[in-house]
Design a protein around this ligand. Structure first.
Ligand SMILES: Cc1cc2nc3c(=O)[nH]c(=O)nc-3n(C[C@H](O)[C@H](O)[C@H](O)COP(=O)(O)OP(=O)(O)OC[C@H]3O[C@@H](n4cnc5c(N)ncnc54)[C@H](O)[C@@H]3O)c2cc1C
Length: 449
């Protein structure tokens, strides 16, 4: 199959990018550099996203923990991508033969958009399992809505517990279960623990009255950082009174309890589910080959058999050329770099520059674990404690793609060193708004697609 011509000679090639996360944002940013140049290959960049911001997800645990304001981790698209056509909406379906896609906006109105080149970067959603009650009663941590919900839910439950006459109900309100001891769930637990400690300090109550249970099916926490750092993390979490249960998950969830696979039942009103991700539901809609649920692409990030279609980030199964027979892990580190390569290869497909295969040696991970502790393994160097904290915070500040956000986050970190965490619950996000279907667009259980 050969590429279709860029566009009729008298019009610009329309490049449509679906999703404004790490990969889509970077793709659009790179393409716009070309759009702004006057050239004999003019392009028009369209970015479709349900939100008018790019979300810096690695700092969501800090939002849930009340350390950062949600706006600090939201990069406004209109300001950051001048010259792009921004369309607010969610892509429902793609017609690969007609080169069109269908968008649904917040008011459920539909629109059809045409493209000459399509870049699919719709990312991932929380991976749910067929566990009774999970989709109804647990909440995730992939969106600002969910992070704000978890913060407010914890503060509200602690407030209600303080005036609850029934000790069993009060204990349930003060119990928080997090599932998934990979970096996202572990960071979330650490940040919620720090917020609960602040509540206890403020009220003069015992911080140990607030109970955290962190579960994972794996036999270790944060396998991504290796055995030594993982053991150190486990020691620190347990030292903070967190009940870490490995080889354990939830068997059944109700509004008031979690039945665990170790045979125990935890009475709780709050379960956060951070047990991995799966590609955006849009990928299944395409009817194209997938690998582990992610869209199959070549090393140049083009979709086999569809030379005008490209994909990158969590939604794409990108061959990892640094390893045998592997695909790149779903991380922001890869998504940003794939965004750069995809932009280059899209331009090459219309005759500008040359193609390149995606190849990146993983630089390691930085994981902020609340007050005075972090772990990091930059380029294979294992760090924990204050040095890791420094590296982690410096990394995020540099990686945030906007000066004003960097400044706001820096100020919040400085403030945190001097002042108590603000105990503010706006209560603006309802449990329904934070549910998986409404917050992440995951089809409700039993819903027809
Ligand atoms: C709490 C948390 C902490 C993390 N920490 C780290 C970390 O420290 N380091 C790291 O490397 N990675 C981290 N990650 C992983 C990282 O966030 C992802 O790998 C990264 O976001 C993937 O980028 P992406 O562009 O593929 O997708 P995303 O960033 O998820 O963006 C996808 C975009 O597509 C939009 N979209 C989805 N479906 C549609 C549709 N149908 N139509 C239109 N738009 C659509 C979404 O709204 C979103 O804007 C973390 C993730 C979480 C949740």
């Amino acid at each position: 199959m050969t590429e279709t011509p860029a566009a009729a000679p008298d019009r610009a090639t329309r490049i449509v990018v679906v999703g404004a996360g790490f990969a889509g944002f970077e793709t659009a940013r790179r393409l716009l550099r070309h759009q702004h140049r006057s050239t004999d290959q003019p392009i028009r960049v369209t970015l479709i996203s349900p939100d008018d911001f790019m979300l810096y997800t690695p700092l969501l645990p800090d939002v849930a923990g009340g350390l950062l304001d949600a706006r600090f981790v939201a990069i406004p698209l209109a300001e950051s991508l001048p010259g792009a056509e921004l369309i607010a909406g969610r892509v429902d379906s793609v017609d690969l033969d007609r080169h069109t896609l269908r968008i649904r906006n917040r008011e459920d109105a539909e629109e059809t958009v045409e493209w000459d080149r399509l870049v699919l970067t719709p990312g991932s959603v929380t991976r749910l399992f067929d566990i009774p009650g999970l989709a109804e009663h647990a909440r995730g941590l992939k969106t600002a809505t969910e992070a704000l919900y978890l913060r407010d839910q914890m503060l509200e439950q602690l407030e209600l517990a303080s005036r609850e006459p029934d000790p069993a109900v009060a204990r349930a309100r003060r119990t928080f279960v997090v599932v998934g001891a990979s970096y996202a769930g572990t960071e979330l637990t650490a940040q919620l623990r720090a917020l609960a400690d602040e509540v206890a300090r403020h009220r003069g109550t015992d911080p140990d009255d607030v109970r955290f249970v962190l579960l994972d099916m794996a036999d270790r926490v944060m396998p991504e950082v290796g055995e030594k750092l993982g053991d150190r993390v486990l020691e620190v979490l347990r030292g903070r009174g967190i009940d870490v249960r490995l080889g354990t998950t939830i068997d059944r969830l109700t509004a008031e309890s979690a039945e665990l696979s170790d045979g125990t039942t935890v009475e709780t009103r709050t379960v956060a589910w951070a047990a991995g991700v799966t590609a955006s539901p849009l990928i299944q809609e395409l009817g194209l080959p997938t690998e582990k649920g992610r869209l199959t692409v070549g090393a140049d990030l083009s979709v086999p058999g569809h030379p005008d279609v490209f994909a990158a980030g969590d939604a794409a199964a990108v061959p990892d050329l640094t390893k045998d027979d592997a695909i790149t892990p779903p991380t922001a580190q890869h998504a940003v770099r794939q965004g750069k390569v995809v932009a280059r290869n899209v331009l090459a497909s219309i005759g500008v520059g040359t193609r390149k295969n995606y190849k990146h040696n993983d630089l390691g991970l930085v994981v902020d674990l609340g007050p005075r502790f972090a772990v990091a393994n930059p380029v294979g160097v294992h760090l924990s404690g204050y040095p890791a904290k420094l590296v982690t915070r410096a990394y995020h500040l540099l990686a945030l793609p906007r000066g004003a956000n960097r400044m706001a986050v820096s100020a919040a970190y400085l403030g945190d060193a001097v002042y108590p965490r603000p105990l503010v619950s706006f209560g603006l996000v309802s449990a329904d708004e934070a549910s998986f279907p409404r917050s992440q667009g995951i089809p409700a259980p039993g819903a027809e697609s």
